[in-house]
Design a protein around this ligand. Structure first.
Ligand SMILES: Nc1nc2c(ncn2[C@@H]2O[C@H](COP(=O)(O)OP(=O)(O)OP(=O)(O)O)[C@@H](O)[C@H]2O)c(=O)[nH]1
Ligand SMILES: [Mg+2]
Length: 411
């Protein structure tokens, strides 16, 4: 759907589109040629699924966007989390095909998991595409059925459903992507590109300390090691003295690049590559955080801990003290131990309903203490909200989501 949209807007050239058609044919996956705009890894093309994130720039009438294409498959949710952690807004793509929407919104469905994670990771604006309209015969009735089911889900999670556009689309035929579909005269809302155009640019927290969670690092010939990531807070300028935590590497910023162009400074929301004098691969990796020497990113060590307020969204039995799942926060993933279950809270009022509970179960809210097994960059939610949210994952599923109430670095 997004691949088709980019071809229609010209962000992907006709030549590139034809080339992708050819490659898709070679892989015997003709119906995937649009998906290949983002799916560039050999394994992705062979298996017909997205595995890792892909970034691409495109423009609407009034703004320019970086689209982060993220995987939907349950096995690769960890990459989806990294992508969502860098997003200001999201398009939730729901297949309107009979049975597929139902699987997505079910208790352990992907649509449900993605919606929860988007909310926790601070994605405040949503648009929903009820896709595969060609498959549900452009039917208003089926569209409404999907819209209702997804609205219920989003409302429960806390999204302002009234403000969310629901667009019936077809990636394959291109209906309602950039031009209003003649096959759905009953629909009077925006096309997908207009729905995207209507996303509001969020306020830029430029006066908070600089935090750039690292999404990846590449070795580039002639330039050296280039970390990439999205500026969450603060402003980064060419020539700045920087530090990368938890490795502690210090250096000077030689240049900043965004979408292959050099820029003098980067602000919150910018996805950038950074050239830093003397940086080596051992000094930086996914999950680290870059900041200024004047306000070093906070690191919780295995001697320290943080206090989290969480909601359990799924667990087959119950969580007890000693539980050690994987914590995902910004671009980092670290195992951490539940060293204390401090309080159980009433989900609606936040009032304490039990001190030191033995267990916490699905749909319960709690205050807990977590100890990471290795150093982790994280911040108090009230100081830097962008760096103070986390997801708890185990057995390939998201178990809980939460925010950092307090922390002790243990340093
Ligand atoms: N009929 C129909 N099929 C579609 C449409 N959009 C996508 N598909 C098909 O659905 C399959 C998956 O498409 P992808 O674009 O890979 O979907 P995705 O959401 O990116 O999947 P992952 O990233 O792997 O989670 C392909 O066979 C597509 O041709 C549509 O609008 N109509
Ligand atoms: Mg995909």
């Amino acid at each position: 759907m997004m691949g088709a949209l980019l071809i229609k807007t010209g962000a992907v050239t006709d030549r590139e589109a034809r080339e992708l058609e050819k490659i898709a044919k070679e892989y015997d996956r003709e119906s995937w040629s649009y998906a290949y705009v983002f799916d560039r890894l050999k394994e992705e093309r062979q298996r017909g699924i997205t595995i890792d994130l892909a970034f691409r720039k495109f423009e609407t009438k009034s703004k320019y966007f970086t689209i982060i294409d993220a995987p939907g498959h349950a096995d690769f949710v960890k990459n989806m989390i990294t992508g969502a952690s860098q997003a200001d807004a999201a398009i939730l793509v729901v297949s309107g095909k009979k049975g597929e929407m139902e699987v997505g919104v079910a208790a352990n469905g992907q649509t449900r998991e993605h919606a929860y994670l988007a909310q926790t990771l601070g994605v405040k604006q949503l648009a929903v595409a009820i896709n595969k309209a060609d498959n549900y015969e452009y039917s208003e009735e089926r569209f409404n059925e999907c819209k209702e089911a997804v609205s219920d889900l989003l409302r429960n999670i806390g999204f302002p459903v009234k403000k969310i556009p629901f667009v019936p689309t077809s990636g394959i035929t291109g209906d309602n992507l950039t031009v209003k579909s003649e096959k759905m005269p009953w629909y009077d809302g925006p096309t997908l590109i207009d729905a995207i155009d209507q996303f509001e640019i969020p306020p830029k927290p430029t006066n908070k300390p600089l935090r750039v969670p690292i999404q990846d690092a590449y070795r580039i010939k002639g330039t050296g090691v280039v970390p990439v990531g999205r500026v969450e807070t603060g402003v980064l300028k060419k020539g700045d003295k920087i530090i990368i935590m938890p490795t502690g590497f210090q250096g000077e910023l030689r240049s900043i690049e965004m979408h292959h162009e050099e820029i003098p400074q980067a602000e919150p929301g910018d996805n950038i590559g950074m050239s830093i004098r003397g940086l080596e691969m051992k000094d930086v990796s996914r999950g680290d955080c870059l900041g200024h020497l004047t306000s070093i990113p906070t690191v919780v060590t295995p001697n320290g801990s943080w206090t989290g307020q969480i909601i359990v969204i799924w667990h087959p039995t119950a969580i007890a003290q000693g539980y050690t799942p994987v914590i995902h926060t910004h671009t980092a993933q670290v195992a951490a131990k539940f060293v204390e279950l401090s309080k159980k809270l009433d989900q609606k009022t936040g009032a304490v309903i039990e001190d030191s509970p033995k267990f916490i179960k699905r749909n319960e809210s709690a205050i807990i203490k977590l100890k990471p097994i290795k150093k982790l960059c994280i911040e108090k939610y009230e100081d830097i909200a962008e760096m103070g949210r986390f997801a708890v994952r185990d057995m390939g599923r998201t178990v809980a989501v939460g925010i950092v109430r307090d922390l002790e670095t243990g340093a």
